[in-house]
Ligand binder design. Structure first.
Ligand SMILES: *Cc1c(COP(=O)(O)O)cnc(C)c1O
Length: 451
């Protein structure tokens, strides 16, 4: 494995989990699943006891499953240090990179440009990890105050630069550093983007964990015989959904997925029309999904043909008004407080079981530009009908803690979610980020002087 990339770009074959492992009763723990999966992918390269130690160190938290109504479960992915699902990938990747960097004389320097969540997950994941340091670039004044707090309060081997410019400017500075041969002659540089397999793989752990747990307990919660499990994934770059596809190939009992987006509906449009048209992103309430050209599209398309993808995936999109309504309706009907990203998933699942997806099979057309399922009888997956006939249960991925979007939640339901201790704590830490102009020469000088 290569410490510069953290491993393989695309796994050539996806190993299957042993049926005896998948059918264990009670279903296996999160750590056992993490161990079993990583062993299959990287088993020969890391001794088993070390791999188990890496997993234990990466995951002092798990992904609890919360039943919110008789056929709906929420997979809570916000119990990590930064309260968003990216902790799962970033923490595993950080420890893999550290492992493969052992024995190097010089530190590995990670540069990461962020528009919010990725930076804090990566920074937090590498905090205190030996042999590696991290520099985060974020655009001044263009991220939320809480996000800025999360980025500007790191210490030690993680630091942040507040760049006078946009996210694209930050990314351009980082890209330029990577292609600067003379700089690379002096510093070992690396990136930490979402195309990295050691970030994608650990995300498959919670799909296997959550799906087994739901299949285990749903006979007690609802009276459905052998229900099909539909997983709804609120998506931006589609790294999370790609991990779900990998988990399914490994044997997770998942019948289908709903690819749920905000107004950045590139993938739902692709499923509906068969044409992939990346576009500039638009700003929404679920801002971690504001992606017009998803970086994992190629990877999904390399795993499945369009026809196969349409059998497996339904595409759904929702605008901001619908998102506010969804936060409200989820709370009114179930008592659960959901964040704006999870709310998109809730609405999509609720529409599927109410028959909106199967209506497409019956020839109902959705107008382009109208929120809802996208496609036609030809493109709707066959499980759409089962959902309408109440033969499915739904697992929603809740990708962030609602307190990270407290104002939006309050505007929707009239009160703010209580804020977890680990989030509250950063609010009282001193800001340590350093100002940086949008000038490559200055950035380069800073790197040479400070790293
Ligand atoms: C990053 C993120 C997403 C989107 O995940 P992708 O893997 O990019 O599809 C959704 N919700 C939250 C809260 C995120 O931080």
């Amino acid at each position: 494995m290569d410490p510069e990339t953290g491993g393989l770009y695309v796994p050539e074959t996806i190993p299957e989990l042993d049926p005896s492992f998948l059918s264990k009763n009670p279903s296996p723990s999160f750590r056992d699943i993490a161990f079993e999966i990583s062993r299959k992918f990287i088993g020969d390269e890391i001794p088993e006891d070390e791999l188990m130690a890496i997993i234990a160190d990466a995951y002092p938290f798990t992904a609890p499953v919360a039943p919110i109504d008789p056929t709906t479960y929420v997979l809570e992915l916000f119990h990590g240090p930064t309260c968003a699902f990216k902790d799962f990938g970033a923490r595993f990747m950080a420890r893999m990179m550290s492992h493969f960097n052992r024995g190097e004389r010089d530190a590995l320097h990670i540069l990461v440009a962020t528009s919010g969540d990725t930076g804090s997950a990566v920074g937090s994941a590498f905090q205190g990890v030996p042999g590696i340091d991290v520099t985060i670039l974020y655009p001044t004044g263009k991220i939320s105050p809480l996000q800025e707090k999360q980025l500007s309060t790191f210490e030690g081997n993680v630091r942040s630069l507040s760049v006078e410019g946009t996210f694209d400017d930050c990314q351009a500075l980082v890209k330029k550093a990577f292609t600067d041969a003379s700089l690379r002659g002096k510093l070992r540089l690396s990136s930490a983007n979402s195309i990295n397999i050691s970030r994608l793989l650990p995300q498959s752990f919670y799909y296997v964990y959550g799906s087994l747990l739901v299949m285990d307990r749903c006979p007690y919660d609802s009276k459905i015989d052998c229900p099909s499990l539909i997983v709804t994934v609120p998506s931006g770059n589609f790294g999370n959904l790609t991990s779900g596809l990998i988990a399914r190939k490994m044997g997770a009992p998942i019948r289908g997925f709903i690819a749920a987006t905000n107004a950045n509906a590139t993938v739902p449009d692709w499923l509906a029309t068969g044409e992939y048209r990346p576009r500039p992103s638009v700003a929404t309430l679920s801002n971690a999904m504001d992606v017009g050209a998803p970086s994992n599209y190629e990877r999904m398309a390399s795993m499945y043909s369009l026809a196969e993808a349409r059998k497996l995936l339904a595409g759904y999109w929702l605008d901001d008004k619908g998102t506010m309504d969804a936060i409200r309706s989820c709370n009114d009907r179930t008592g659960y407080i959901i964040d704006p990203h999870g709310a998109v998933a809730w609405k999509a699942w609720d529409a599927a079981r109410a028959g909106e997806l199967s209506a497409m099979l019956a020839g109902k057309k959705t107008a382009a530009g109208t929120p809802g399922f996208r496609g036609s009888a030809k493109t709707a997956p066959e499980w759409a009908k089962d959902c309408a006939e109440r033969k499915c249960v739904g697992l929603l991925l809740e990708t962030a803690h609602p307190a990270k979007f407290g104002e939006t939640v309050r505007a929707a339901i009239g009160r703010e979610p209580s804020i977890p201790e680990r989030l509250e704590r950063v609010l009282s830490l001193p800001d340590r980020s350093m100002p940086m102009s949008n000038d490559y020469g200055e950035f380069r000088d800073w790197l040479l002087k400070n790293l």
